[in-house]
Design a protein around this ligand. Sequence first.
Ligand SMILES: NC(=O)c1ccc[n+]([C@@H]2O[C@H](COP(=O)([O-])OP(=O)(O)OC[C@H]3O[C@@H](n4cnc5c(N)ncnc54)[C@H](OP(=O)(O)O)[C@@H]3O)[C@@H](O)[C@H]2O)c1
Length: 287
Amino acid sequence: MSNWPPSLPSQAGRTAIVTGANTGIGLVTAMELARAGARVHLACRNQGKAEAAMALIRAQVPAADVAFLALDLASLASVRASAARFLATKEPLHLLVNNAGLVARGTTKDGFELTFGVNHIGTFLFTRLLLDKLQASTPSRVVTVASRAHTRTRGIDLDAVCRPTPAGTGFGQYAQSKLANVLFTAELASRLEGTGVQAVCLHPGVIASDVWRRVPAFARWFMGLFMLSVEEGARTSLVCATTSDLHNGAYYDRGRPVATSEAGADREMGAALWAVSEEWVRGPSRS
Ligand SMILES: NC(=O)c1ccc[n+]([C@@H]2O[C@H](COP(=O)([O-])OP(=O)(O)OC[C@H]3O[C@@H](n4cnc5c(N)ncnc54)[C@H](OP(=O)(O)O)[C@@H]3O)[C@@H](O)[C@H]2O)c1
């Protein structure tokens, strides 16, 4: 691919966490941040996969400073343990890339609809638990990988996200989870205005990654003809992670801030989602 690897501003002296960094867009994001000099924690649910990813990064970037952080976003206990483990390192945190996400069926360990629970609720709690550290490490930022899929829903069914995935493709739950990423980002940016912590979200493009792993093989092959590479998919995350000209609270696509859907710009819905998310993650466990 031309213009690859991208030339990023030096990240020397900066510490990042990238969730879901063992494969796909997250792996490329982690690798390029490490190439630019950042210390990068790969926050992943599977240690073997994370270690294989770290070996790949070190093979490409021998000086890479990478570490594994266990994180299962489908379990609020795991999210709490993961944040506590990171905080115990006493390292600063300049960049949190909320990249992990999936389209799946079922429930999280705490009884939430699985796609929404991982993509929004686990991510919400992980970010909340790291906010003090981000504020103590300014200038810092939170970059959340949302999706253009957020435009496919006008709202979030707050009751349905507390039940198992209903019959269907599961795409409706995915769209709602990605709308939640967009609303969460705008609310976070507004709450942190003036603190030195910024927050943005983005659409990475339609990318040939493992996110399509549950799509039947032939359909996946066909879709792959029209998809971009994972390197292309990481470009906007890397812009958001490193640019000195970040539009706080914005939704990025193809490296630039663009308008969200009407629902994505609904500040009342964002504030209400934040309030109910606080309720959802309260206490050691709902189950
Ligand atoms: N690909 C696209 O076309 C596209 C389009 C728009 C938005 N996105 C978004 O881009 C982000 C990255 O996706 P991708 O395309 O790179 O997909 P991917 O290759 O499937 O990577 C997703 C990552 O998320 C991790 N993950 C899933 N469930 C998790 C959990 N419970 N706890 C912790 N990590 C978990 C996966 O870990 P495992 O390997 O262990 O499962 C994997 O590392 C996602 O948020 C996705 O929604 C993708």
